[in-house]
Design a protein around this ligand. Structure first.
Ligand SMILES: NC(=O)c1ccc[n+]([C@@H]2O[C@H](COP(=O)([O-])OP(=O)(O)OC[C@H]3O[C@@H](n4cnc5c(N)ncnc54)[C@H](O)[C@@H]3O)[C@@H](O)[C@H]2O)c1
Length: 412
């Protein structure tokens, strides 16, 4: 199996199946399709139909794409049978009670187990908590009666892609991979090396599982820390932005910016970790500290603006930015929308986000009005806001109105 697959990678005849064609799966499929035949499988019929027509609704520009003809899109699970490698990139969100929602992952594994997985390499890229790869392996073994490492190989390689980031792209973000069978590590590394510059391997699945989740938990804690510093500065009546800039002049101060933490990674992964920690009877002291602050930071900001007497009954408020982060159109767990819901109870809130197409529930505006708003709150730093700075907020605010920039924690 090893030799056979090595040859297939070298002569580029290996076939790669990708399960889930979202923010992670599609770019991966596109990158691999430069060298290999790719079968992109997704449950979502509309997504597959759109992709077949060159339409990727996850992009902020609406340009029609011409995909490499080596990449085919399908809703038919059995098309994956031809694959030598199957990469799983399905969502791993949390439920309302913050516990992991593994329904997508379980259903993907159940589906794959219907195929003949003999001699296939299965690589899981979705974010999970430690030991879940082993759970997936056991499930596959039970359902297929195949034996891991004898009949199939399982690897865990968490995705680190950062949509909307023009510097850290798929090909220059270091990749980590843990492989169930050591002798296959080099093979899988060589596959990823066709699209990614630096690839690091480990032979313990749990190492990559934990590595991924602590990356995001650490970022959550750091942003939570800086958000708390903003709150402290407000209490002391000093300028947080100046304090952060002064502290940043020291070589080892970590300059994180304050902000709303939404999305499906940073705000979710700490809960995956603590879910596992509960199971092993470990009571974490720090892991959720960022969550405590970040879950409620938008509520704190409403109180702060109220305290400063900046919000009056029926104030006209413009929120600039709705996606969970800059330069993308992903609304999952958007804190800007939660902020809008709270403010809307007392004021008239409009939202401006040029990257969001689906504007049903909230009062999205196509263009901010001129000299109209009492308050503008900039929640997300989309590049386009700053390209057109002059019109986009300076001309939209009333003469005596205020503009608050959450990312810089300052009135401008
Ligand atoms: N989006 C990111 O920036 C990012 C970055 C790093 C890691 N991740 C992780 O990668 C994983 C995928 O995230 P995403 O943002 O690409 O999700 P997504 O929602 O954009 O895409 C997932 C796709 O999987 C499909 N799907 C769901 N269940 C399926 C099944 N059983 N079979 C086939 N297709 C199925 C969905 O229809 C969807 O198109 C998650 O674990 C996430 O935490 C995401």
């Amino acid at each position: 199996m090893l030799k056979h697959l090595k040859t297939k990678i070298t002569n580029k005849t290996a076939v790669i199946g990708i399960v889930g064609l979202g923010y992670v799966g599609l770019p991966l499929a596109e990158a691999f399709s430069k060298n290999f035949n790719i079968i992109g499988y997704d449950l979502n019929k509309q997504r597959v139909k759109d992709l077949k027509n060159g339409k990727d609704t996850n992009l902020i520009n609406n340009k029609i794409k011409i995909f490499n003809p080596k990449l085919i899109f399908t809703n038919n699970l059995y098309d994956l049978q031809k694959s030598d490698f199957i990469i799983i990139t399905v969502p791993t969100p949390i439920k309302k009670n913050k516990s992991p929602d593994l329904s997508f992952l379980n259903s993907a594994i159940d589906s794959l187990a219907k195929l003949n997985l003999k001699n296939k390499i299965i690589i899981l890229e979705s974010t999970i908590y430690p030991t879940l790869s082993s759970v997936c392996i056991k499930k596959i073994q039970k359902k297929t009666k195949l034996k891991v490492n004898n009949d199939f190989v399982f690897a865990y390689s968490p995705e680190r892609i950062n949509p909307g980031d023009s510097l850290n792209r798929l090909n220059n973000i270091d990749k980590i991979i843990s492989v169930s069978n050591k002798s296959f590590a080099y093979l899988i590394k060589s596959l990823y090396r066709t699209i990614i510059k630096r690839v690091h391997t480990s032979s313990v699945l749990e190492e990559s599982e934990l590595a991924k989740i602590i990356e995001n938990a650490q970022r959550d804690i750091n942003i939570g820390f800086i958000n708390e510093i903003v709150m402290i500065c407000h209490k002391l009546n000093i300028d947080p932005n100046k304090v952060i800039n002064l502290a940043s002049t020291k070589w080892n101060f970590l300059k994180f910016r304050p902000g709303l933490v939404g999305g499906h990674c940073i705000g979710v992964d700490p809960y995956y970790l603590t879910h596992k920690l509960k199971k092993i009877n470990y009571d974490p002291k720090i892991i959720l500290a960022g969550r405590v602050i970040n879950e409620n930071y938008h509520k704190y900001l409403v109180n702060f603006l109220n305290f400063k007497k900046k919000i009056k009954k029926n104030s006209k408020i413009l929120i600039m930015g709705a996606s969970y982060k800059e330069d993308c159109n992903d609304l999952r767990n958007s804190k800007s929308l939660e902020l809008a819901s709270i403010l809307d109870k007392k004021s008239k809130v409009s939202i401006f986000d040029p990257h969001i197409q689906n504007k049903k529930k909230y009062n999205f505006v196509k263009k901010p009005k001129r000299n109209y708003y009492d308050i503008i709150i900039i929640t997300i730093h989309h590049s386009v806001f700053f390209n057109q700075k002059k019109f986009l907020y300076k001309n939209s605010i009333k003469k005596d109105g205020i503009i608050y920039d959450i990312r810089n924690a300052k009135f401008i």
